[in-house]
Structure formats: structure tokens, C-alpha cells
Design a protein around this ligand. Structure first.
Ligand code: GRF
Length: 191
């Protein structure tokens, strides 16, 4: 059985989409654990509800943050690491150790609206300000710079008249929930 480790600190709806896809056999793997830097986040609560082990790693000191991550990952030995709403940068040593085994989902058509500062509603506000007719979501490999690793797959989502950042975010998020489990299963069966 392949092992997944999910990093998430937000509402955890993408984490939930992975849990649901495993339950429905759309992903053949198990989630070894959740790594989060925010106790009592939605993701943390979803892990508890599904009896998934949680590691809360929030040490502000970079070297002990790295060591804790490294130990936890060594314990869980992931075949694939999924960042799903995790804002902290992954230390370069971890990126190297798990080269091409760390992916992230981002709520825009990268390289548009990616990088530091483009998170949450800020992404969708920028799309609306630009007047773009379409947006979407991207799953990409993670390197040590925000949102810059190679793109694996994208889905396009229409921007509608009268969209607000919130309505656009909700439409993109629904598509994320379809895209992420598909990419995970594809990657697991390729390797
Ligand atoms: C998603 O929009 C994802 O693309 C981004 O963070 C958000 C996480 O949402 N990286 P959720 O916590 O999965 O609901």
C-alpha cells in the first residue's frame, strides 16, 4: 500500500477530497498522517474525525522546524507528499530528499497569480481585477520557491460576470477537489 502524507493548515477541504477519494477507491493509497502548523484548523479536525494521525509542527526556529519535519516524514515514509493549503515554505533539504515526490495545489492557472502574497482570496481578487475571462487551478511539483515547480496538470474554470472573489474561489475550489485526487492517483500508478 502506498503512503501519502498531507500538509494542510486551512479548512482542509482538499484534504477531505483525498480522504473521500480513498474511501471510494479512486485513490489506492492510505494517508499516513497530516502535518499542520495550526492546531484546531479545519484540516486538523478532519484528521481527528477520520482517525488520521496528526503532527503539529510550528517551531519558529528554521533548523528545528526542519529536523522535526524530517523525523516525522522518516516515520511515515511517504510515497507522495501533498501540500493542500499549507503556506509555509518547505525547507530545501526536504525538497531534495523527496525530489519529485512533493506536490502542491494552487488556485490559479500558474504561472499567473502565483508566488509570495498570492494566497486565499488575494488570488481571486487579482484575477477579477485583471479582467481575465478564465482562471483555474494547478497541481505542480514543489521546489524551494513558492509556486514555481514544474506544472503537472491544470483545469480551467470560467470567470462569470458579477463574480466576487468569494464566488470565484468557491467555483475554483470545487474543481480543485476533482483535479487533486486524479493527479494523485495518476502519479501513484506511474511510479
Ligand atoms: C486551496 O485553494 C488550495 O489551492 C490552496 O489553499 C486552499 C486550501 O483550501 N493552496 P482547503 O483548506 O483545502 O479548503
Amino acid at each position: 500500500m502506498k503512503n501519502l502524507v498531507v500538509f494542510a493548515s486551512g479548512s482542509g477541504s482538499n484534504f477531505q477530497a483525498i480522504i473521500d477519494a480513498i474511501r471510494d477507491n479512486r485513490i489506492q493509497a492510505q494517508i499516513s498522517g497530516l502535518i499542520t502548523n495550526r492546531e484546531n484548523s479545519g484540516a486538523d479536525r478532519r484528521a481527528a474525525a477520520n482517525k488520521i494521525p496528526v503532527a503539529i509542527i510550528s517551531d519558529p526556529d528554521p533548523s528545528s522546524y526542519y529536523r522535526q519535519l524530517q523525523n516525522q516524514l522518516a516515520n511515515w515514509s511517504p510515497d507522495l507528499i501533498i501540500l493542500a493549503g499549507y503556506l509555509k515554505i518547505i525547507p530545501a533539504e526536504i525538497v531534495t530528499e523527496y525530489y519529485n515526490r512533493i506536490i502542491n495545489i494552487h488556485p490559479s492557472l500558474l504561472p499567473k497569480y502565483g508566488g509570495k502574497g498570492y494566497y486565499g482570496l488575494k488570488v481571486h481578487e487579482a484575477v477579477l481585477e485583471s479582467g481575465d475571462q478564465v482562471t483555474g487551478c494547478t497541481v505542480h511539483y514543489v521546489n524551494e520557491r513558492y509556486d514555481e515547480g514544474d506544472i503537472i496538470e491544470q483545469r480551467i474554470v470560467p470567470v462569470k460576470d458579477h463574480d466576487t472573489p468569494e464566488s470565484l474561489a468557491a467555483r475554483v475550489l470545487k474543481t480543485e477537489h476533482q483535479l487533486l485526487p486524479q493527479v494523485i492517483q495518476n502519479l501513484l500508478t506511474q511510479n
